[in-house]
Design a protein around this ligand. Sequence first.
Ligand SMILES: Nc1ncnc2c1ncn2[C@@H]1O[C@H](COP(=O)(O)OP(=O)(O)O)[C@@H](O)[C@H]1O
Ligand SMILES: [Mg+2]
Length: 250
Amino acid sequence: MEGHLRKHSPLKDVRFIIAVGSGKGGVGKTTISILLALALSQEGYKVGVFDLDFYGPNAHLLFKDATLSPFKDTEGFKPAEYRGLKLMSLSFLVSEREPMFMRGPLAGKLLKELTLRVIWGPLDFLILDLPPGTGDIFLEMLQVFDPDGFLMVTTCHKLSLADSRRVLTILKAEEIPILGVVENMFGLFQDREVFTQFLKDNNLHLIFSFPFSQDIAQAESVEVFLEDEAYGALLKDFVSSFLKRVFRIH
Ligand SMILES: Nc1ncnc2c1ncn2[C@@H]1O[C@H](COP(=O)(O)OP(=O)(O)O)[C@@H](O)[C@H]1O
Ligand SMILES: [Mg+2]
């Protein structure tokens, strides 16, 4: 582990680094990362989101705002800002074609260099939207950031759960505390018994069940969540369950 990096790197002013991951793509890691970040920032916390999905970063797509262009100065990369939320995406740092040519050690080295040059400034929470899978890049990210907690996003579907099990093995080996599970797309999949068993077998806390919703599926920006009262209430519930877990573990 390279936990010592934290003290000397641009991450030294970050109170909590929270990794959001799943093992599987398409279960809603990016969506949940951004909603959590928005909800935390509505509560008054200083928050940053880092989209680390190496082969398909897309968090920036949810922020359809012209002022979203992070820039590079002599010290490093400044994140984009949106309503007080800081956003950095690998899509800002690496050109669209590059990742295809990068494998293994080279990709890991480049990522480490880039990610440690982001100037976040003081933050209460840095949310890492991790790449899917359990490959080298996923591992490298965990080692570079040494997160304080891991939030597992999964759906109530047996394939998604099988991937999540693999992630749990890695987290255990890396000694990263698991905050709990966010079940996404609640209502869409029916493998309820398998899901309950999964939580029980692994002693996992269900933090929140996020409903499947057409609004989310079709959302082109995060505005819809900020303007709607029902989503506002949902986000408040989500963030309060999340904070309870964070402050219980730390
Ligand atoms: N709760 C939800 N209800 C409906 N659609 C969702 C929900 N969560 C995510 N989606 C949709 O599913 C797709 C994958 O979500 P995304 O957050 O990009 O997943 P990941 O980052 O895990 O690959 C996106 O089109 C997103 O809009
Ligand atoms: Mg994603």
